[in-house]
Design a protein around this ligand. Structure first.
Ligand SMILES: [Zn+2]
Length: 232
């Protein structure tokens, strides 16, 4: 079954090329070449309620649990993957890896009974420019792997902010103030939502999204990202 799945994505999506470097052939039925596999750190943090991911979000109220698939170290293959997705238009990589991760998450007792996948939204200007939202593409894959519906256009970003990569956490928080709103809170009442983003860095974006979501009656919020930035 698993074998067949890898075979099918390999042939349907990218015949033979590694999903991280897009140069070397992927080994056998793998998604990555030998070099990149060696530089990829897969985490099993979805199997524990408190972990490296939730530790970064300590102090944010209303979060059940959270996890990231990959550990993202400076200069590693994970950075390549994130870059290829976001800046070279390879949204299909997000879908494939989302599905692989989704199939892992359903085996964890902490990610059962999720009602909706909610992507961290882009502002419409950014969306228009890029043509897609990488978090939404991840959700499409996760949705297949977990068999959970995606709820788009409910959590909305109403404030456009310049790129935040070089900013400190407090600068990010200041920038993101009032950036997110929920357009149809009734739909999420009493639901367990899984908030999805491509990468967890300082946690400022997740904090701002959680702040607006947790005002909804009876909502439960868990979080996943494809990668967590690890600072050494
Ligand atoms: Zn590679």
């Amino acid at each position: 079954m698993v074998k067949e799945f890898f075979k099918s994505i390999k042939y349907l999506v990218f015949p033979n090329l590694c999903l991280a470097c897009l140069k070397e052939p992927a080994g056998g039925e793998d998604l990555f070449c030998i070099n990149c596999v060696y530089n990829l750190s897969i985490s099993e943090m979805h199997l524990t309620k408190e972990n490296q991911f939730t530790n970064r979000l300590i102090g944010i109220e209303g979060i059940e649990t959270g996890a990231a698939y990959y550990l993202f170290y400076e200069g590693g293959a994970v950075g390549e993957i994130l870059h290829k997705i976001k800046y070279t238009g390879r949204k299909d990589i997000a879908v494939v890896l989302g599905k692989v991760y989704g199939e892992k998450l359903v085996d964890s007792k902490y990610f059962q009974n999720i009602d909706y996948l909610v992507p961290v939204p882009l502002h419409r200007n950014r969306f228009r420019k890029r043509g897609f939202n990488q978090s939404e593409e991840l959700c499409k894959g996760l949705s297949e792997g977990m068999e959970v519906e995606v709820e788009t256009n409910n959590l909305i970003r109403i404030k456009d902010t310049p790129t935040q990569t070089k900013l400190s956490k407090s600068e990010r928080q200041k920038n993101l103030k009032g950036a997110f709103v929920v357009s149809n809170p009734e739909r999420l009442e009493g639901k367990h939502v899984l908030l999805v983003d491509d990468v967890l860095t300082t946690g400022a974006t997740i904090e701002m999204c959680t702040n607006v979501l947790r005002k909804i009656n009876g909502i439960k919020i868990s979080i996943v990202t494809l990668a967590i930035r690890v600072y050494q």
